[in-house]
Design a protein around this ligand. Structure first.
Ligand code: NAD
Length: 440
C-alpha cells in the first residue's frame, strides 16, 4: 500500500518505518527541514532502540522516503496518517493547530480519494474538525473529491516503540464506514498474524480510548506515589506493599512503581487535556484532577528530601544526578522530573554534575552552557567530590554499580534514590545513607 505519514517525530517516524518494514511504500513528511535533512542523510533525529537499523534497511530497499514537499506527500498515499504534535495549549487543552494544518494541506492538494487517519492524540471531536478543515479546502476549489476520516490512536512507548508497533497489544480503529475499516484492516494485517488485535469502534470512542489508557496508567503511578509517601511516614516499606498488591491478578504489577513522578510528552499533557475536556462537557473527573496534583508534588520529592537533609541554602554544594531523560531508553526530556530537581537545586545555589546514557545532547539543547551544570560521559565521572547522588531515571546501567567506587568518589556516602533501585538494608551495610521513595 502507498502510505503517507505527516509528522516525523517519535510516533510518525516509528509508524512510517514499521509500515515500510512489512512492505508498504511509505513517504514521511515533516515541516522541519532539519529533521528531514538528517533522515535523508542516513541519520535519525531521535534515540529509539532498533529504529536506526530499521530506517536504513527500508530506505535501502526503496520503501521509505522522507520529504518536506507537502504536495508530493499528499499525492503519495491513499492513506494519510496525521502524526503531528498536539502540545498543551495555555489552558491545558490540546493544541490542534498542527493537526488542522495537516488536514488543510491534504484538502488543498488531494486529487483522488484519501483515507485520513488521525494518529496524534486528540480530544474527542477532533475528527469532526479534521473533516471540516479538509472539506473547507475542497469547497474552496469546488471539488467533488471524496475522503474519509478515521481515528487510530497510537499506544507505543518511547524506548520500546519499534517493538510495540511491530507487536501491538491492540490496534484501535475508529471509523464511520466499512470501506475505511477494511482499508485499515488490510494495512494492519501483517501486525496481527497470530491473533486478532484490531478493535474496531466508532470514532469518538477511539479518540477517548487513548486518553482513558494514559489517564489510567498515570492514576496508578500517582496512587502508588501517594501510598509510598504514606508508607514512609508509617514505617512501612512500599516495595513490600507493591508485591503484596501486585500479586492480586485484579491489580497486577504493571505501573505500580513508586518514584519521583511521571513525565514525558504524553501522560502530563493527556491528563491535562482530559481534565479540560471533562470540565468543558460538565462531567468533572475528580480522580484525574488529583492525579495531576499528586504528580506535580511528587516531582519535588527528591528536592524536598535534599532540602530536609542539607537545608534550603545549597550554595557550595554539588549534586551528582544519574538520569535526565523522563524514562530509560529514550532521550526525551519533555516534562522530565530531572528538570524540576536540577532547576530547584540551581535556584538554591547548588551545582549539578549529571550523566545520562542518551539525553546529554537534549539536555544541552534545553539548558545550553548553564553555569551550574556539568554533563559527563560516565556515571562514575558524575560522582567525583559530589555531596550526594540523586538517581532520577532507572537506566539499567545504574542498577548494579561498584558501590565501593561510588562510596570512594562521593564526598558523603549519601544517595537519594528516586527510583528505588537498591535494597535499603544492603545499602546501610555498605555504609551508605540511602533515602529512597516510601522506604525506611
Ligand atoms: P513530535 O513532536 O516528536 O513530532 C511531531 C512532528 O510533527 C514534528 O517533527 C513536527 O515538525 C511535525 N509537524 C508539525 N506540524 C506539521 C505539519 N503540518 N506537517 C508535517 N509535519 C508537521 O511528537 P510525537 O512524540 O511523535 O507525538 C505525536 C503525536 O502522537 C502527539 O499527539 C502525541 O501525543 C502522540 N503520541 C505520542 C507518543 C510518544 O510516546 N511520543 C505515543 C503515543 C501517542
Amino acid at each position: 500500500m502507498k502510505v503517507t505519514v505527516i509528522g516525523t517525530g517519535y510516533v510518525g517516524l516509528v509508524s512510517g518505518t514499521c509500515l515500510a518494514e512489512v512492505g508498504n511504500d511509505v513517504l514521511c513528511l515533516d515541516v522541519d527541514a532539519k529533521k528531514i535533512a538528517i533522515l535523508q542523510g542516513g541519520g535519525i533525529p531521535i534515540y529509539e532502540p532498533g529504529l536506526e537499523d530499521m530506517v536504513k534497511r527500508n530506505v535501502a530497499a526503496g520503501r521509505l522516503h522522507f520529504t518536506t514537499d507537502i504536495e508530493a506527500a499528499v499525492h503519495h498515499g491513499a492513506i494519510q496518517f496525521i502524526a503531528v504534535g498536539t502540545p498543551p495549549d495555555e489552558d491545558g487543552s490540546a493544541d490542534l493547530q498542527y493537526v488542522v494544518a495537516a488536514a488543510r494541506n491534504i484538502g488543498k492538494h488531494m486529487t483522488e480519494y484519501k483515507l485520513v487517519v488521525d494518529k496524534s492524540t486528540v480530544p474527542v471531536g477532533t475528527a469532526d474538525k479534521v473533516r471540516a478543515a479538509l472539506q473547507e479546502e475542497l469547497d474552496g476549489r469546488a471539488s467533488k473529491l471524496k475522503f474519509s476520516v478515521a481515528s487510530n490512536p497510537e499506544f507505543l512507548k518511547e524506548g520500546a516503540a519499534v517493538e510495540d508497533f511491530m507487536r501491538p497489544d491492540r490496534i484501535v480503529i475508529g471509523t464511520d464506514n466499512e470501506d475505511a475499516t477494511q482499508m485499515m484492516r488490510n494495512l494492519y494485517a501483517p501486525f496481527q498474524r497470530n491473533r486478532e488485535r484490531l478493535i474496531s469502534m466508532d470514532i469518538r470512542s477511539a479518540e477517548l480510548t487513548k486518553y482513558a489508557a494514559n489517564a489510567m496508567l498515570a492514576t496508578r503511578i500517582s496512587f502508588m506515589n501517594e501510598l509510598a509517601n504514606l508508607a514512609e511516614k508509617l514505617g512501612a516499606d512500599i516495595e513490600n506493599v507493591r508485591h503484596g498488591i501486585g500479586s492480586d491478578p485484579r491489580i497486577g504489577y504493571h505501573f505500580l512503581y513508586p518514584g519521583c513522578g511521571y513525565g514525558g510528552s504524553c501522560f502530563p499533557k493527556d491528563v491535562q487535556a482530559l481534565r479540560r475536556t471533562a470540565g468543558e462537557y460538565g462531567a468533572p473527573m475528580h480522580v484525574i484532577d488529583a492525579v495531576e496534583v499528586a504528580n506535580d508534588a511528587q516531582k519535588h520529592v527528591l528536592l524536598d528530601k535534599i532540602i530536609a537533609r542539607f537545608g534550603n541554602d545549597l550554595h557550595g554544594k554539588t549534586f551528582a544526578v544519574w538520569g535526565l531523560a523522563f524514562k530509560p531508553n529514550t532521550d526525551d526530556m519533555r516534562e522530565a522530573p530531572s528538570r524540576v530537581l536540577m532547576e530547584g537545586l540551581w535556584e538554591r545555589g547548588a551545582k549539578v554534575v549529571a550523566h545520562d546514557p542518551a539525553a546529554t545532547h537534549e539536555t544541552h539543547r534545553i539548558y545550553g552552557d548553564h553555569p551550574q551544570l556539568q554533563l559527563v560521559d560516565t556515571p562514575m565521572a558524575a560522582l567525583q567530590g559530589a555531596d550526594a547522588l540523586a538517581i532520577v531515571t532507572e537506566w539499567k546501567v545504574f542498577r548494579s554499580p561498584d558501590f565501593c567506587a561510588v562510596k570512594a568518589a562521593l564526598k558523603t556516602p549519601l544517595i537519594f534514590d528516586g527510583r528505588n533501585l537498591y535494597d535499603p538494608a544492603s545499602m546501610r551495610e555498605a555504609g551508605f545513607e540511602y533515602l529512597a521513595i516510601g522506604r525506611q
